[in-house]
Design a protein around this ligand. Structure first.
Ligand SMILES: [Zn+2]
Length: 322
């Protein structure tokens, strides 16, 4: 029979008078105690690890939640901005529609095309500038930002850009036309006066009725004569009764003539801008005093130059009536 193996633990006191305390523990029990201790230690460690991981997951979750909230707020901001921009673009398009209509680039749509009429939203099928009505627009009080944002497409903006470019081109064309339309007096109205008006008059030379194809502006000798619009000098020289004469072709529509000059300061073929001095007032040709004979031809026919002298001081016209 095999005896049970035991471990004996001795507790020896420091004082020799006291007795030694001993305890015997079977190996099996000791092993069980160690095993149990090991298991307990393992479980405690596992528990602590789990707690640590749980806290980590919790923190991560809070971080993600925060990020999510920030992202949502950013998306809201973006939506607000898109809504704002959509409304702004709609406003620009509305104004562009006005200008287009004014320039006659697009026909005004049915229903009179009142601003804000119908409050039609932006869609690729219904762009204000490409549709019949240039005044179609988003109503400012509309409260569907997502719809607006979704309905504003890149092609809408491209269309708007193309329309604006078309308008710029049309305006430049108009500006060129205006630059080439006689619109100011060729003589400063200060110190000068209309001595003979356009139309039928009694000739100072023959005493008979005759058609005067321009206006006579009298003033001091050598008063500077300025071109009333951009153009090209087509004639410089003596022209019978008109004496020393300058003629300017402004465009295919307007041509102007300046007679009885003292002298010319431009040459044939020269380009001139509005306000440029082309010569000086004189008494050359068939004339009774220092004055400018000023004629405007529109499409080859004489017109009353006074209507093209927008800066002329009307007070000076009183002298004409006397
Ligand atoms: Zn005249």
């Amino acid at each position: 029979m095999r005896t049970k193996r035991k471990f004996t633990i001795l507790l020896v006191p420091s004082s020799p008078q006291k007795r030694v305390f001993s305890i015997s523990v079977p190996v099996l029990v000791l092993s069980a105690v160690f095993l149990a201790s090991g298991i307990l230690l393992f479980m405690a460690s596992a528990g602590a690890w789990s707690m640590y991981r749980f806290q980590q997951v919790e923190q991560e979750s809070q971080r993600l939640e925060m990020e999510n909230r920030v992202a949502k707020s950013q998306i809201q901001d973006q939506e607000n901005r898109i809504e704002y921009l959509t409304r702004e673009i709609s406003g620009i398009r509305e104004k562009a529609g006005y200008v287009q209509s004014y320039l006659g680039l697009k026909p005004q749509g049915p229903g009179g095309g009142k601003i804000g009429q119908g409050g039609v939203e932006l869609t690729s099928q219904n762009t204000a500038l490409s549709s019949k009505s240039p005044f179609t627009t988003i109503h400012p009080s509309a409260k569907t930002p997502k719809t607006h944002a979704a309905s504003l497409s890149a092609s809408d903006i491209r269309q708007l850009d193309a329309d604006l470019q078309q308008m710029v081109g049309a305006l430049q064309g108009r500006q060129e036309k205006l630059d080439r339309t006689p619109s100011v007096s060729p003589v400063d109205s200060q110190g000068s006066w209309i001595s003979s008006s356009y139309g039928v008059r009694i000739s100072p030379f023959t005493g008979k009725e005759q058609f005067h194809p321009g206006v006579d502006i009298a003033g001091a000798e050598k008063t500077p004569i300025m071109t009333p619009a951009k153009g090209t000098v087509t004639f410089v020289g003596k022209d019978g009764p008109l004496g020393m004469t300058v003629r300017i072709k402004h465009d295919s529509v307007y041509e102007t003539t300046y007679g009885h000059l003292h002298s010319a300061s431009v040459k044939k073929g020269q380009h001139v801008d509005r306000g440029e001095v082309i010569g000086y007032m004189g008494n050359s040709g068939r004339s009774t005093g220092h004055h400018l004979h000023y004629e405007i031809e529109k499409n080859g026919k004489n017109v009353n130059p006074l209507q093209y002298m927008t800066d002329w001081n009307s007070d000076n016209l009183v002298m004409l009536a006397e």
